[in-house]
Design a protein. Structure first.
Length: 279
């Protein structure tokens, strides 16, 4: 993976036109990341029929928003629209895709074969980011089709790295499990924080204090896990004294029908649903 300095250098040297189709929360976060790493705003075209005020404000920095004149073929095209509008949107962006264009889709549940039907012969990358991308702490998993060249893959890696870590896979079939684990995963963590806060209140804490403690504990533990060279199991063991309070709680959570069993069922359900949505 490239370092931040390398990414900044690469984006500052970007030549051509980058077209962002859809500038909602995820698309907007990516755009902010690119500009923060030195991408020239004048090289960016945003296509969004209802842009947020933050996106509209970027026009003053040089971003071209819904241009009325032809922009020609894009060097890179990022598709960040909701998957349900894809059948209507993809035919409209076909003029932006040329023989040297790399198109990147972050649409959930839309496989490469679906995009290839609308953009035949195009170099395509399917990517699955997650919501911590909004604070540049996300993780994105990507897979490309056979037309993606090494320089194009490097460019895509640079673009995706603007919002966090990037992992590449060779087998697109893994993307359903990726979606279930990291794509949907932030919701599981938020639910954990909710459940901890409610349980703390049930144990007698004022609800506001229980919420503060739960949020800080989840956030701090996540940061510790990120920074530590130890695996999650070792970190768990290090905070668990035999016969102590943590051990009493873990006895419940690690029971046969406990947290691991529930999480396995949850991720399996999300994986099945991802396959169903992909057709």
């Amino acid at each position: 993976m490239m370092t931040a300095n390398t990414n900044a250098h690469a984006l500052a040297d970007f030549s051509g036109t980058l077209v962002l189709v859809g500038a909602g929360k995820m698309g907007g976060a990516m755009l902010e990341g690119w500009l923060a790493l030195g991408l020239d705003a004048k090289k960016v075209v945003v296509i969004d029929p209802q842009p947020a005020s933050e996106i509209s404000a970027l026009v003053q920095r040089g971003v071209r928003l819904n241009p009325s004149t032809a922009i020609g073929e894009a060097t890179a095209l990022v598709i960040a629209v909701k998957p349900q509008v894809a059948p209507d949107v993809l035919p409209l962006i076909r003029p932006y895709v040329g023989s040297s264009t790399i198109a990147v889709s972050i649409m959930a549940g839309r496989p490469l074969r679906f995009i290839e039907q609308a953009l035949p012969g195009a170099a395509l990358v399917r990517a699955m980011p997650n919501t911590p991308a909004a604070i540049a702490r996300g993780i994105t998993v990507a897979v490309g089709n056979a037309y993606v060249s090494a320089p194009q893959r490097e460019l895509v890696d640079t673009l995706l790295s603007a919002t966090g870590a990037v992992e590449w896979i060779a087998d697109e079939a893994l993307m359903d499990a990726v979606t279930a684990l990291s794509g949907s995963g932030p919701a599981y963590i938020f639910l954990l924080a909710e459940a901890m806060a409610r349980a703390g209140a049930a144990a007698g804490l004022p609800p506001a204090l229980a919420d503060t403690l739960a949020r800080a504990t989840v956030a701090g533990s996540g940061e510790l896990l990120r920074r530590s060279t130890l695996d999650a199991a070792t970190l768990r063991q290090n905070v668990t004294s035999p016969g102590g309070t943590t051990a009493a709680a873990l006895e419940v959570l690690m029971a046969k029908d406990g947290l691991e069993s529930l999480m396995t069922k949850a991720i399996a359900a999300a994986t099945r649903r991802s396959r169903e949505l992909a057709g």
